[in-house]
Design a protein around this ligand. Structure first.
Ligand code: S3P
Length: 160
């Protein structure tokens, strides 16, 4: 199986779907946020203490490691912001998990999302800023809002 990379906005299901898909396929699963947190502590703390750009540096290193390991990779919503990450993802299957604010707000853990913590409504602005980048990175798009995990896993399996 080709390495499968899931990209998309916060709350689109990258981790939930990635973990389940990898389990069902019997392949490696890596979540780049978890990889960063494992070595450097919580994402919220990293943002607070060192700032977003430092987090982006760590995220780039995590993505490099994850791609080396292969299997299914869940990324953070901002992974597409760095052109070097887009270059790393080239040649792999990249699925844009698309969604909309109505399916996300009220459901996601804001404590774990420093960019939304003080202003959840910012989700839409961030989404609008990045949508083109997700599309540029992706080899396929799947709308996850309102759909069951089971149905989405089936659709993802058809893509790998
Ligand atoms: C971010 C998304 C988060 C995490 C960090 C920044 C973003 O990951 O990487 O808080 O810039 O969209 P999720 O997309 O898994 O929430």
């Amino acid at each position: 199986m080709k390495t499968l990379i899931l990209v998309g906005p916060m709350g689109s299901g990258k981790t939930t779907l990635g973990k389940r898909l990898a389990k069902e396929l019997g392949v490696q699963f890596t979540d780049t946020d978890k990889l960063v947190a494992k070595t450097h502590g919580s994402i919220t703390k990293i943002f607070e203490v060192h700032g977003e750009q430092h987090f982006r540096d760590l995220e780039h290193i995590a993505l490099t490691e994850a791609i080396k390991a292969g299997g299914v990779i869940a990324t953070g919503g901002g992974v597409v912001l760095r052109p070097e990450n887009l270059a790393l993802m080239k040649g792999h299957s990249v699925v844009f998990l698309d969604t909309a604010a109505e399916f996300v707000l009220g459901k996601i853990n804001l404590e774990k999302r420093p960019l939304l913590k003080d202003n959840p409504e910012r989700w839409q602005t961030i989404y609008d800023e990045r949508k083109k980048l997700y599309e540029e990175a992706a080899t396929a798009t799947l709308f996850t809002g309102g759909a069951s995990v089971k149905a989405l896993i089936k659709q993802l399996k058809d893509l790998v």
